[in-house]
Design a binder for this molecule. Structure first.
Ligand SMILES: *Cc1c(COP(=O)(O)O)cnc(C)c1O
Length: 439
């Protein structure tokens, strides 16, 4: 039985649940049955997760970029509860509601000016599917169906559905497993590493030549701005994003920015594209949109994209998830945005950046460490070899921290509400991992 007061559970019950989980419940990117057991979380509050045995861990992952305000935030809890008192859900076909309209008002106001049309999706992956569909329909509406390929960067990650996988990094995204069924897009090499790196002229020429070579069939350009997240946790100079904006203009194709990981302040600016002071034609947001409470994402586009595709065959964007614009998710998203803007989020992210930078100093020089880097509230240790996930997790849990490494990458993106002390714990755990790599 769960002891609600303590959030604890008898060891026998905890064992039973974990055993069932390992045998029957699929986890992300995991085999079935599981080869290593998942930790059992019974509660979360503030920036801490409580495990079944009462262990508390500071969540250095913000539940995959999402829980920027931490857990059980009273304002967000109240937003969900208030909406629950009105309705949990209603279909969005032919019906609308104040929760969706309120969120759309906020997104239009908060995103770069040309983005004025909002499509609500039920996950980040679907938001990217919708963005791709918008770009393709944009050309079909103009009688140019041969424009069906997207230019993108190696090292990218855009979600796990088939349309999205086709624009993910071909190696990380395991294209070889699905090579016969994935759409064939155009891949430029990853931009040179480093937010502050001087622009590499040879690389810029290569980008431009690639766009030229495929100009006749190009439907759009899709990238993550400034930070390539799950595809490699790579930071690149805003100059390259500007070059992509210019190429999109030159070829008259929409620039799609996937801000699902970078949005809502994570990189130190509200949007990744703010680093380059430019606006996309289509933009995807998700992850932190609801403060980590519910699954919801959105695809925004310009008036031009919307009216062009609407003028074509069908006269509509052909997409409509059952749980589109879910009122509970939309309400908590609006509350999360208001909460973010009510605080000095920039100072919070800057403080996390300063602590991560200071405590990871020297980590890059340790044996077994290929690189250590920080941008905004993102800290990354890149190992020379793939890490032992289980061993790394045990080490950081000994430091009272939760992190989830993948491949050669051990990284943190703390909730913005972490205190100095809590961020320090996360940074120390990262440094401890770096020290352990050469051992
Ligand atoms: C996580 C992520 C997605 C996919 O979002 P889901 O909600 O997991 O479907 C797409 N693009 C980027 C950049 C992401 O980080």
């Amino acid at each position: 039985m769960i002891d609600l007061k303590l959030g604890r559970m008898s060891p026998a019950e905890s064992e039973r649940l974990r055993a069932f989980d390992g045998e029957h419940v699929w986890h992300p990117y995991a085999p079935m049955p599981a080869t290593s057991p998942a930790e059992l979380v019974v509660e979360a509050s503030g920036v801490r997760l409580t495990l079944a045995d009462g262990t508390e861990l500071i969540d250095g992952m913000s539940s995959w970029w999402a829980a920027i305000h931490g857990y059980r935030n009273p304002v967000l809890d109240a937003a969900v509860t208030a909406q629950l008192g009105k309705m949990a859900h209603v279909m969005f076909g032919g019906l609308t509601h104040p929760a969706a309209i309120g969120l759309a008002e906020r997104l239009v106001a908060l995103t770069p000016e040309p983005l004025t049309k909002v499509f609500f999706a039920d996950s980040g992956s679907v938001a990217v599917e919708v963005a791709i569909k918008m770009a393709l329909q944009y050309w079909r509406a103009q009688g140019r169906p041969e424009r069906h390929r997207l230019l993108t960067l190696r090292g990218g990650y855009h979600g796990d559905t088939f349309g999205d996988m086709a624009v993910c990094d071909p190696v990380n995204g395991m294209h070889q497993l699905f090579s016969d069924v994935l759409a064939r897009h155009v891949f430029a090499p990853s931009p040179p590493l480093g937010y502050l790196a001087e622009p590499d002229e040879a690389y810029l020429k290569e980008l431009s030549a690639l766009a030229d070579a495929h100009a006749h069939e190009l439907a759009g350009i899709i990238v993550e701005p400034v930070v390539q997240g799950a595809g490699g946790m790579r930071f690149y100079a805003p100059e390259y994003l500007r070059a992509l904006r210019d190429l999109a203009d030159e070829h008259g194709v929409p620039l799609i920015l996937d801000e699902i990981a970078t949005g809502f302040g994570r990189t130190g600016e509200l949007w990744g594209c703010d680093h380059a002071e430019l606006a996309p034609d289509i933009m995807c947001v998700g992850k932190a949109l609801t403060g980590g409470y519910m699954t919801m994402a959105a695809t925004l586009c310009t008036e031009r994209v919307a009216t062009t595709l609407t003028s074509g065959e069908g006269g509509a964007l052909m997409h409509g998830p059952t749980f589109m614009a879910n009122p509970l998710a939309a309400s908590v998203a609006s509350a999360s945005i208001d909460l973010l803007l009510s605080r000095d989020w920039r100072a919070e992210v800057d403080a996390i950046e300063a602590i991560l930078t200071a405590r990871l100093e020297g980590a890059a020089d340790l044996p077994g460490v290929a690189d250590a880097r920080v941008l905004g509230a993102i800290g990354v240790i890149e190992a020379e070899e793939p890490v032992d996930t289980r061993a790394v997790q045990e080490l950081v849990m000994d430091h009272g921290v939760w992190l989830r490494p993948f491949g050669k990458l051990v990284y943190a993106m703390p909730p913005y509400v972490c205190t100095e002390d809590e961020t320090g714990h996360i940074a120390d755990a990262l440094y401890a991992v770096a020290e352990s790599l050469g051992a």
